[in-house]
Design a protein around this ligand. Structure first.
Ligand code: NCD
Ligand code: ZN
Length: 332
């Protein structure tokens, strides 16, 4: 069985910086025609110059690829300059909640004037939807604030990133047309039992943390529902092996090598293979206002043996065999 469709758009991707960038970028470009690249590099992308330099580094690695750029929101963000440099989204990290957080503000309301300018200049607000396990309260606050902003700034498009809770799915369903959410293949596939069941698997440690069946069920239903405000963002977030072992393990899953095969399994299981293209190629582009592409990808029902290491990183599903693969990647 084969499935050919518009080459996907990844609405949430980490490419890192420095020597490792080119391998990660080439891997992503093999499967995705375009991607929204996250700004939590070290140092983070804050200004128009940061953004231009980072885009140049990515396009040097993959010259014919289309990275869409984002910046980390901070109170001095120069929105007109960022827009002129090609910024598509501004990422809001609740204080203390990412690997490269430079924000000192606590709530979205602290960025009122920045958000007003983003609305005016047509820049999407991307919300890092996560909070420490021990603080449901913080987590709900991030969601509530985002919804409040979607009403206050009705022309501001808002994407709740890597949602993982039933409550978040419901909130997006009930919110205005300007609110959407990304879903990752790992939150759709795995639960906390896979991560910390009989043994702890550091390669399934990500933020937000994997949840239980109830939440995964809600995410799956949203992904296959055909609701255009739920679309794919891989949150592929590679960390070198030394950061995935020992006493201080970094959150982040290198899902890129297997993310499309995992989604094919999932959509097939839900008897919804025909809905896969909308989820990975159509809805995200539409929400972001990105043109469609004539490039295609072909998925084939042929076993994929996932290596134990790729691009210097242990990928998601290392050592496993998946029933679907991407045809193009094998021909390269
Ligand atoms: C991300 C990373 O490694 O950059 N990790 C993760 O578990 N999602 C953090 C982020 O998305 O900010
Ligand atoms: Zn991320």
């Amino acid at each position: 069985m084969e499935l050919t469709f518009q080459k996907p758009f990844d609405a949430h991707l980490h490419l890192r910086q420095g020597a490792v960038l080119s391998g990660y970028a080439r891997r992503a470009a093999a499967f995705f025609e375009s991607a929204l690249v996250m700004p939590n590099t070290k140092p983070p992308i804050l200004t128009a110059d940061d953004l231009k330099r980072y885009r140049a580094a990515i396009t040097t690695a993959v010259p014919n690829w289309r990275p869409l750029m984002s910046f980390q929101i901070h109170s001095h963000a120069d929105i007109p300059a960022l827009k002129a440099a090609g910024a598509v989204a501004g990422k809001y990290y609740p204080a203390g909640l990412t690997n490269a957080d430079s924000s000192s503000c606590q709530t979205l309301a602290d960025f009122d004037s920045v958000l007003a300018q983003m609305e005016e200049f047509g820049i999407v607000l991307s919300v890092h939807c996560e909070a420490p396990l021990y603080s449901e309260e913080v987590r709900h606050r991030v969601l509530d604030e985002s919804l409040e902003m979607s009403v206050r700034f009705p022309n501001l498009k808002i994407v709740l990133e890597h949602i993982s809770l039933e409550r978040e799915v419901e909130a997006v369903r009930l919110a205005g047309e300007n609110v959407a959410a990304t879903l990752t293949a790992h939150h759709l596939t795995f639960t906390a039992a896979d991560f910390i069941g009989s043994k702890l698997n550091p390669h399934l440690f990500c933020k937000p943390i994997l949840q239980n069946e109830k939440h995964r069920g809600a995410l799956r239903a949203a992904a296959v529902s055909g609701n255009p405000r739920f679309f794919f963002g891989s949150d592929s977030a590679p960390h070198l092996p030394e950061f995935k072992t020992g006493t201080a393990v970094s959150p982040g899953i290198y899902s890129m090598p297997v993310t499309l095969p995992l989604l094919a399994c999932l959509f097939e299981e839900a008897d919804s293979l025909t809905a896969l293209e909308s989820f990975v190629s159509v809805f995200g582009r539409r929400f972001y206002g990105i043109p469609e592409t004539s490039e295609k990808i072909t998925m084939i029902k042929k076993k994929l043996k996932v290596p134990f290491e790729t691009d210097g990183v242990v990928p998601l599903c290392a050592g496993a065999e998946l029933p679907w693969s991407v045809k193009e990647s094998e021909e390269k």
